[in-house]
Design a protein around this ligand. Structure first.
Ligand code: 13P
Length: 198
């Protein structure tokens, strides 16, 4: 029996919620938790439809790629997750979405401006877009380091969204605010010139 039974159940429950809420599409997106004391990362497996995902399929691995628990391959973006945990000591949960409005900003490589009070309060300020790197490479995470500094999230050029936290609930809430901020900015930009708040 795994010492991470509860955490694996939480990852499955939040993954399925993300699918229902439209933060994920198809099998894209992934989430992880990092047990820094033991050096174990729990991460969703690659390419498993979320409606049939079960807790036993959550992979436990070291940041160097060594598998500790699980029969399936980890998310193809495990290197990105590892790079963030290696570079941000206060981060222990990571949620990567392809939520549509925020990803549209990423497709344009545009910052999501701080035009709403929630963006400063919940996300730390405007959401920067990290430079492009090919999917599955460690560079996806390394390129996000500068964009994430002083923020609880960023977008990834031509790819998606990263939200970080100390718990998955925290990272999840931030991913919701990122999508909300992108959606409202997209609407505001279509009818006028949104004004930033400090
Ligand atoms: P997997 O986690 O299923 O490999 O998803 C890939 C992905 O979302 C690329 O960003």
């Amino acid at each position: 029996m795994s010492q991470y039974t509860e955490q694996k159940k939480e990852i499955v429950a939040l993954s399925q919620k993300a699918m229902r809420q439209g933060l994920y599409a198809g099998t894209s997106g992934n989430m992880s938790l990092f047990d820094r004391a033991q050096g174990n990362m729990l991460i969703t497996p690659t390419s498993v439809p979320y409606d049939i995902l079960v807790p036993d399929q959550i992979v436990v691995m070291k940041l160097d790629g060594t598998i500790v628990e699980g029969e399936l391959n980890p998310s193809s973006e495990w290197r990105m997750h590892a790079a963030i945990y290696e570079n941000f000591e206060d981060v222990s949960a990571l949620f990567h979405t392809h939520s549509p409005y925020a990803t549209a900003f990423a497709a344009n490589r545009m910052t999501i401006p701080a035009t709403l009070i929630e963006i400063n309060v919940f996300l730390g300020g405007e959401l920067r877009c990290a430079p492009y790197a090919p999917p599955g490479t460690k560079e996806v995470g390394l390129n996000a380091i500068d964009a994430l500094r002083g923020r609880y999230g960023c977008t990834l050029a031509n790819h998606g969204v990263l939200a970080v936290g100390t718990t998955l609930d925290e990272a999840y809430l931030r991913a919701e605010y990122i999508e909300d901020a992108a959606k409202i900015n997209a609407i505001a930009m279509s009818i006028g010139k949104p004004i930033e708040v400090k």
